[in-house]
Design a protein around this ligand. Sequence first.
Ligand SMILES: NC(=O)c1ccc[n+]([C@@H]2O[C@H](COP(=O)([O-])OP(=O)(O)OC[C@H]3O[C@@H](n4cnc5c(N)ncnc54)[C@H](OP(=O)(O)O)[C@@H]3O)[C@@H](O)[C@H]2O)c1
Length: 241
Amino acid sequence: MSNSDRVVLALGGAGTLGSGIVKALLDKGFKVAVISRDSIRLERLQSFVSPNTKNNLTTIVGNVGLEEGAEQAKQALLKAVGKVTDIVSSLGFSWCQGGPPYTQTLKDLQWVIETLLFSTFVSWKAFFPLVRDGSDCTYTFITGGAGVKLLMPGTGFLTVGAASTLAFCQVLQDEYPEVPCKLNQTTPGLATPERIVPGYLNHLDLGQGVAALVERRATSHAVLMVNCPADLKSALLERSL
Ligand SMILES: NC(=O)c1ccc[n+]([C@@H]2O[C@H](COP(=O)([O-])OP(=O)(O)OC[C@H]3O[C@@H](n4cnc5c(N)ncnc54)[C@H](OP(=O)(O)O)[C@@H]3O)[C@@H](O)[C@H]2O)c1
């Protein structure tokens, strides 16, 4: 199947990481569909991608973090694009530094878990059946280094949320060892677009790496750690991405 026959659903595709991934996938000739709760973010995405690829981008307004919303979005998606061959999931938020745990509320923690873990679970449950049984299909989770350790003081809830998503993705890989769909997880360490400095990876670099991973379909059940441009370069050369 050529890239132009493949349709990638980018969950979180209107976000920072997602937009880099969407752009890179479109540049490789894939068709891409993005669901976001925010039509303005979707419009921004339309103007961010390479102009000659815009026709291959389908955008849908929806909330994939709610069971009913995810089902509605799935129906709208299938009506618009017919099929999905690949899924990349980068749901959540960029950064959260609300302070040490004692200064935070239960509501703060609920928001973190809802946005990172619940949205990843609910959307996976709705969309995984579309690709599960295809050996040509892929499902790639983008998690984050914040799940492994406290990145800096005051980011504890980010760590709790990212760690729970990381664990969930690991559980899926362990619970579905034989699934035909290539089920991978990439854990990037990234600089935000406004803080890009040499030595740090940005969302455009990561997008190219993820697009290569989806295109090659060479690996499954892998956890790929990519922390800097050198990691990305060697992963691409070793074809582990
Ligand atoms: N930014 C970094 O430096 C970095 C580094 C490593 C890992 N990560 C991880 O990568 C993930 C994405 O980060 P980001 O920087 O791209 O965040 P972001 O810019 O806030 O984008 C997150 C996306 O998730 C979407 N989303 C969340 N809940 C949703 C829901 N219920 N329904 C539909 N869409 C929903 C948002 O959609 P809406 O458009 O609807 O708001 C948004 O497009 C996070 O898990 C983060 O921990 C980020």
